[in-house]
Design a protein around this ligand. Structure first.
Ligand SMILES: [Zn+2]
Length: 399
């Protein structure tokens, strides 16, 4: 199921996107066009280019007619970039042509959306440094669905067999319950999480550190193709760009932002996955960790997260229920009356088994009715079945 790629990018955002690539971070433009001090201590560029840069540094609105923003001009309006570096970037982009960048994207089956577009994913706007352009290959549906329906799964590239299997199972559980699995398509946990979602015909989004037009790593070419069939591959880097060392942690912020919650499956203490956790925290998103063996180094980071207050997760489907996710991204409130309301009220006072619920509700409800009500409540994310077989309300989300 692939919707028609529609490219909706303005030249200005495209130029900013190129500068993200050239400078290794999303450029911050100086305000108001005031020519700021020269960071490199050089005499600075010509008056003409300074004026052009000032005009370009105006707030992000569709550019005035006739003004063609170009990375080489725009770089002079970037905070913290002196004239020496600006000259280098100018030289690098002398032959840059926005139309050609868009054409090369379209040729590779990519559609791009810039921040000015209504199609730009809302969830990315929550970042302090949203990517000026997002390139997408595959179906737009999981992106249009919004972050409320998506869970990020991240972890080490060198997991144990147990960790890999855990990622696959949790990914499958999330997808089976209608959630979208977001990950980075890297070796190890990332790949296993995507595989899990795909194994049950679920939806998954891969966020790449290089251009979205090719698989990173190349050994995941088949996985890349399969993800395109069931979801999409996205990237902030322009088409054709190879990933750089800095673009991996930069990519992690997109994984966190596109997701309602982040699950770390297996990660050592110093790990890119833990950068994603920080990004998720900064965005106010929930963070979960899969408990691992104390004897395994690659579980040290995740176990530490649990000690520091992250919630444990062992089942993707239960996580989806716990988060109260459904296709609309909204929880259905339990009815005020009827068996569902009675059961919910009874459970609000403490966890109960089905038999205990029968007694507590005065024997009016049969086991069948109770089970049906429990199912409704569980699917809507109001209650959870505990390991002892009793049902309890999910108090964290019940407020
Ligand atoms: Zn734009």
């Amino acid at each position: 199921m692939t919707s028609e790629p529609i490219t909706d990018v303005c030249v200005r955002c495209l130029a900013l996107s190129e500068l993200t690539w050239a400078l290794g971070k999303v450029p911050r433009l100086r305000d108001g066009g005031t020519e700021s001090e020269d960071v490199d201590g050089d005499a600075g560029g010509s008056r003409e280019s300074a004026e052009k840069a000032a005009a370009l540094a105006a707030p992000l609105v569709p550019t005035a007619e006739g003004l063609e923003p170009h990375p080489g001009d725009l770089v002079r309006a970037v905070e913290g970039v002196g004239s020496v570096r600006a000259k280098k970037v100018e030289a690098q982009y002398r032959r840059w042509d926005a139309a050609m960048v868009i054409a090369s994207g379209v040729e590779s089956g990519l559609a791009g959306v810039c921040m000015c577009s209504a199609r730009y994913p809302e969830a990315l706007r929550h970042l302090s440094d949203p990517p000026p352009v997002l390139w997408v290959r595959g179906s737009w549906e999981p992106l249009d669905d919004g972050s409320d329906n998506a869970i990020a799964m991240v972890g080490t590239r060198r997991p144990t067999i147990v960790g890999r299997e855990a990622a696959r199972r949790i990914g499958a559980g999330i997808a089976r319950s209608g959630g979208t699995v977001v990950s980075g398509m890297a070796l190890g946990i990332d790949g296993a999480a995507h595989e899990g979602a795909l194994s049950v015909g679920g939806t998954t989004i891969a966020v790449l550190a290089g251009g979205a037009d090719r698989a990173t790593p190349p050994s995941h070419g088949r996985l890349y193709d399969r993800i395109l069939e069931r979801g999409c591959v996205v990237a902030e880097m322009p088409p054709g760009r190879r990933p750089e060392k800095w673009s991996f942690p930069a990519r992690n912020r997109l994984i966190a932002a596109l997701s309602r919650a982040t699950v770390v499956v297996e990660a050592p203490m110093r790990s890119g996955a833990l950068i994603t956790v920080e990004q998720a925290h900064d965005l106010g998103r929930d963070v979960f960790a899969v408990p691992g063996s104390l004897a395994v180094d690659t579980c040290e980071g995740t176990n530490r997260m649990l000690c520091d207050g992250a919630l444990a997760v062992v089942d993707g489907g239960a996580l989806v229920a716990q988060l109260g996710m459904n296709r609309a991204g909204e929880r259905v409130a339990p009815a005020a009356e009827g068996p569902v309301a009675d059961i919910h009220r009874a459970l609000s006072r403490g966890a109960l088994s089905i038999d205990e619920l029968g007694i507590r509700t005065g024997g009016i409800l049969g086991p069948g009715e109770i089970e049906l009500a429990l199912l409704d409540l569980e699917l809507a994310g109001w209650i959870i079945r505990r390991s002892d077989g009793r049902y309890g309300v999910v108090d964290r989300w019940a407020a």
